[in-house]
Design a protein around this ligand. Structure first.
Ligand code: GDP
Ligand code: ZN
Length: 353
């Protein structure tokens, strides 16, 4: 395995010198499952665990290895497994904020070069959501790209593209169709050898379909497709990281797939600070501003000081978030018995709790 294909470069090599001197070698984390890792090093992939020292030193979960990390490993002599000694400094990361717990951030994936913020050009299109996801990508240091998918379903794409461009500013906006492949070549160009991408977006916008386009073949079921691929172009799939045949890596972890759920609850007050401020005067603290008595927001709408259109988009987003909240509660209930911070391993399967 040529580590450069995984994103290794001269700067990383230089920074790694002290670790080399201790007999350790670099490897990239491509899977994580409750502190059981899969790493890829020069000689191939290996299961790995962290050292006891590391477990001890880094009580803060954010400092433990995550998918995307470059780590210093020692291969256990005579066994095909590795011990992770250190996590090297991260260039970028995608985090979710854990609300209600003194602004704790949970690191989902690291060393991401480009983050595709995906939206569908259908009735689910939501400009505010693009905005929120862009903020998060910017905070973590990755390069964002707005991807408007399902071009085929939109009669007048110009309007949505214009709206997205207004929000995106300097961030590129691409209109694509995962179904026909139109425009998806541009995504591949942004990836390139050694570059790592993630896709961010609510479920159903077409992330998996786009990943399949990037990879240039159906990743599932992988083996059959690969064996039949006569051109010999292969993608390499570790469960949570995929190497594209034309170069570049895509990270697809359960945590990333559920990303939108984790971020939903921050959006409302942030997006409608004027309504949040008015709401402080409502009779009920948990007022939904729908039709409760003593609602200051409804009063403002009636008096004409709060624009009806803005109030309507607030209610639309609020209902949408309430649905996500409900999904999340179901999710949390399922995973109540698990230790904190480990819920991101959920892979959509009911694991018999
Ligand atoms: P994900 O949940 O974000 O991974 O979304 P999927 O890739 O599973 O896509 C959700 C649904 O949208 C599937 O039925 C796809 O076939 C469909 N879909 C994805 N991309 C397109 C597209 O460009 N056009 C159309 N018409 N359907 C699409
Ligand atoms: Zn109210």
């Amino acid at each position: 395995m040529d580590l450069r294909e995984l994103g290794w470069d001269e700067r990383r090599e230089a920074d790694f010198a002290a670790f080399r001197a201790r007999g350790w070698e670099p490897a990239r984390v491509v899977n994580e499952d409750k502190l059981a890792y899969l790493v890829v090093c020069a000689s191939g992939d290996l299961p790995a665990t962290i050292t006891g020292r590391m477990r001890h030193l880094h009580e803060d979960n954010a400092e433990l290895p995550k998918v995307g990390d470059w780590v210093a490993i020692a291969i256990v002599p005579g066994e095909s497994k590795a011990l992770i000694h250190e996590v090297t400094p991260r260039r970028t990361q995608i985090t979710r904020k854990v609300t209600g717990r003194e602004s704790e951030a949970q690191v989902l994936v690291t060393n991401v070069d480009v983050a595709f913020v995906v939206q569908a050009m259908d009735e689910t299109f939501n400009a505010r959501r693009i905005e929120r996801f862009l903020v998060m990508v910017h905070e973590g240091g990755a390069q964002p790209v707005v991807v408007l998918n399902k071009l085929d379903l939109c009669a007048k794409p110009e309007r949505l593209i214009k709206t997205a461009k207004e929000i995106a500013g300097d961030t590129p906006v691409l209109a694509v169709c995962a179904k026909t492949g139109k425009g998806t070549g541009l995504l591949r160009e942004l990836l390139g050898t050694g570059r790592t991408a993630v896709l961010i977006g609510t479920s159903g916008v077409g992330k998996s379909s786009l990943i399949n386009r990037l990879v240039g073949e159906a990743t599932q079921p992988t083996l059959e497709v690969r064996e039949r691929d006569s051109k010999g172009r292969h993608s390499t799939t570790w469960r949570e990281m995929i190497m594209c045949p034309k170069g570049g890596l895509v990270i697809d972890t359960p945590g990333m797939r559920e990303f939108h759920m984790w971020t939903a609850d921050e959006g409302l007050d942030e997006t409608f600070p004027d309504i949040a401020a008015l709401g402080a005067a409502c009779k009920f603290r948990d007022c939904t501003h729908e039709n409760e008595p003593g609602c200051a927001v409804s009063a403002a709408v009636a008096a004409g000081t709060m624009p009806k259109g803005r109030y309507a988009s607030f209610q639309k987003l609020r209902r949408e978030l309430a649905t996500v909240e409900k999904e999340k509660r179901v999710h949390d209930r399922k995973h109540r018995s698990k230790p904190r911070g480990e819920d991101r391993h959920w892979n959509g399967e009911d694991d018999g709790e």
